[in-house]
Design a protein. Structure first.
Length: 102
């Protein structure tokens, strides 16, 4: 699992039938800033993840990838590689809050 920020969405009117009705979001993985370890920073990558929770643009989310993405009841029969499995409320590193949804 890793943390990513939702930065956009994808609309696809033509897709395999099993994907009909599933929300596709553009997500950017984030990591802990290296020197001071006091904030989250983007890795500079983006990819597409299926949203099963109703997250939206700007939310920090938990992502799982690969075959693990197909282990939830909602995604077990989908041809996907990434799924949003949680919406992040807070991140604490070494007793310091580096992110809060508030």
């Amino acid at each position: 699992m890793f943390i990513a920020r939702v930065s956009g969405s994808v609309v696809s009117t033509q897709k395999v039938q099993s994907m009909t009705g599933h929300k596709l979001l553009v997500v950017e993985p984030y990591r802990l800033e290296g020197d001071k370890r006091q904030s989250l920073v983007t890795t500079g990558r983006t990819f597409i993840a299926v949203d099963t929770l109703g997250s939206g643009e700007g939310d920090f989310v938990l992502i799982t990838q690969g075959s693990s993405a197909r282990l939830t009841p909602e995604t077990k029969s989908l041809p996907i590689d990434a799924v949003i499995i949680g919406i992040v409320d807070q991140v604490h590193i070494d007793k310091l809050s580096v992110y809060s949804r508030d």
